[in-house]
Ligand binder design. Structure first.
Ligand code: ZN
Length: 286
């Protein structure tokens, strides 16, 4: 079984109701008496991610790994918060594993460099903190990702050019499988990842609306995101059961869900899920 929690369904546009892009994929503990054995994978770390994680009853110490689909600012805004909070809220060595495309290491190094004053203050003040936040950065491009977890993880390149490289992730556990696509147009790598999965979480923008906004900067976003219809077509090609839309541009307004759903359903015959932050979808039953 896997549970998908839409932690942040927003986009670069600040919203009072939607945190920045972030999705949680969780696999249950094999022992109900040991909840700490559950696995929690955070995909992207947008604005407000730890507030939403707290609302889901979890914190940075619970994260098995952070996986970044790409290095656009809206997807990594709060990575520094995750790194620092993990560091100061764990009391035994607990390195944070950060998986991402090539370039992730230099971004994490730069974040740690920006945190140097804070790290200095805390190391000086807390006797049991004796060094910077421990991180384990793994750069990936295509294939299996071995984190030693019960959940089987893989990735493949996506197409978010000129943002390059970018990757999507696939998680499988107990017969359930889910892909988190991130920002991408339809592409071979994503098709490969989606083959036969139960659910696809896909960021989308309403091209039919954005193409009418007379701002070149908005027009620029059209060529490297998928529309709900394109996301639906990707899901259909993969034989995906449930398509989960997120990263709504423009923000999804109450009562307009059916418009988005109908666009996705143009080329997709499965279930279309969408919702507000903290919307949860359970995949599989064991
Ligand atoms: Zn992006």
């Amino acid at each position: 079984m896997l549970t998908v929690t839409l932690l942040g369904t927003g986009s670069p546009m600040p919203s009072a109701d939607r945190a920045g892009p972030a999705t949680l994929v969780s696999a249950p503990s094999p022992d109900p008496e040991k909840p700490e054995l559950a696995e929690h994978f955070l995909i992207d770390a947008g604005r407000g991610v730890l507030m939403r994680l707290a609302a889901a009853g979890l914190g940075a110490p619970n994260l098995t790994a952070v996986l970044l689909t790409h290095l656009h600012s809206d997807h990594i805004t709060d990575l520094n918060d995750v790194i620092t909070t993990r560091w100061i809220m764990t009391f035994e060595p607990s390195p944070l594993t950060i998986v991402g495309p090539v370039g992730t290491r230099s971004v994490v190094d730069a974040l740690l460099a920006s945190l140097e004053p804070d790290i200095g203050y805390r190391v000086a003040h807390h006797e049991d903190l004796d060094g910077p936040p421990p991180v384990n950065v793994i750069e990936v491009s295509d294939g299996a990702i071995d984190l030693g977890t019960a959940t089987i993880i893989g990735c493949a390149p996506t197409d978010h050019k000129p943002v390059e490289p970018s990757v999507g992730f696939r998680f499988a556990h107990g017969g359930a499988s889910v892909v988190t696509a991130g920002d991408t147009v339809p592409c071979e790598g994503l098709d490969r990842l989606c083959e036969g999965v139960d659910a696809l979480v896909h960021t989308v923008i309403r091209k039919d609306i954005i193409e009418n906004v007379p701002l070149q900067r908005m027009q620029d976003t059209l060529d490297y995101h998928s529309s709900p219809t394109e996301a639906g077509e990707t899901a259909q090609r993969g034989g995906v059961g449930t398509l989960v839309l997120t990263h709504y541009v423009p923000p999804l307004l109450p009562g307009h869900e059916d418009d988005w759903r109908q666009l996705a359903a143009k080329g997709f015959t499965g279930i279309v899920e969408m919702g507000d932050d903290l919307h949860q979808i359970t995949i599989g039953s064991n």
